[in-house]
Design a protein around this ligand. Sequence first.
Ligand code: GTP
Length: 434
Amino acid sequence: VGTSMQATGASGATKKKMTGYVGFSNYPNQEHRRSIKRGFSFTLMVAGESGLGKSTLINTLFESKVYPGKDDNAAAAAAAALGVVVGSEGAKTVEITSVSAEIVENNVKLRLSVVDTPGFGDSINNDQAWKPILENIESRFDAYLAQENRVNRSKIVDNRVNALLYFIKPTGHGLRAIDIEFMKNLHNKVNLIPVVAKADTMTPREVEQFKGKILADINFHGIQIFKPVSDQFDDPETIADNKAIAGKIPFAVVGSERLVERSDGTRVRGRQYPWGIIEVENEAHNDFVSLRQMLLRTHMEELRDATDVSLYETYRTQKLLALGHVQDNTVFREFNPRQQLEEEERVHAAKMQKLEAEMAAVFKQKVQEKEGKLRQSEDELYSRHKDMKGVLERQRGELEDKKRRLGISDAGMPVPAVGVQQHDGAQPAVQSKD
Ligand code: GTP
């Protein structure tokens, strides 16, 4: 393959320009085939006050009775016919229920799970309404973490919540304390998508004003919500679509499981009023289409990715650190035997050098001790010698005295009498007194 060097990346890898076809550009197609073969999963959670139309919107989104209608007893049977596992049924969602269904569209398999949470706001004290929902999201992270830590990880079931549709009551007055509390406690754990419920109960002007107030509250309280963002790889059309979808947040939605008849005789999903009909899939009537577009058509993978790479990863790190695991910042290098050998030799040489230095220090210390001892015995010998010498000097002096008193000369001869002169070279003349 002919190549020409372009630049050196930050990682040290050299960027090369291809002049021929190698084939790795087919990788996205391989990935596409793999996705089709394996299918993928998506978990959507809905939360908000009771009676805001959460279950209805889910059924509207998936155009089937994924979730049994509250007033529809036949819905459970319909769900069973669809192969849907139903968590609970009844007039009101009273506990967190999970519904799973495998949906196939154009040969693409989607394992969809919808988690419906009991509508809050009914209790006298709603302070902790977010708590069971947070616990549910975290327990799903825990279950995934436990599977990741298993020896055999070939069949990991991913039940992590990929998106949470938070239903805001159409009051027209911005977010309520309960909404702020809920979102602040969950925005770090899930991709939060705020929706204005039952948008058909407000005029378009009221909806726009309400959205402005909600966004101002979200910004003011530092709440993080999921927003489609474009990057350098996106084409102008995608960038424009993303901008249009982002501009609709919070989505003002209308849900309906019923078909209504339009003036032209066609039947559409909508809500019938004495003055006319509200069509669910009419973009001029509400933002349902944009929400569906983002959730199912354009940003499903981004939502899954954000869950895995950002939200779960942060949770996992915090969890493991709390359990006493030490953050491992080691940069793993490629295994290089020669480098490994050099490294081992370097470590060995350093060890030997240290050992030698220690031995030299011990030797020096021993020599110093020996020298000190020798000096000490030398000093002792010297002082003993000095004492002895003193004693001998004294004894000699005493002997000299004795000798003198006895009149013995050094040669053992009697000392001459006083007044006798001794001449040089001649024997002293002993003179008799006679
Ligand atoms: P809980 O399970 O109690 O939390 O209720 P929910 O939020 O799941 O509400 P549900 O879907 O059961 O709907 C409650 C009522 O609101 C039903 O009578 C629906 O027909 C009605 N409803 C649902 N969506 C809309 C909507 O967009 N507009 C209007 N006007 N009514 C709706």
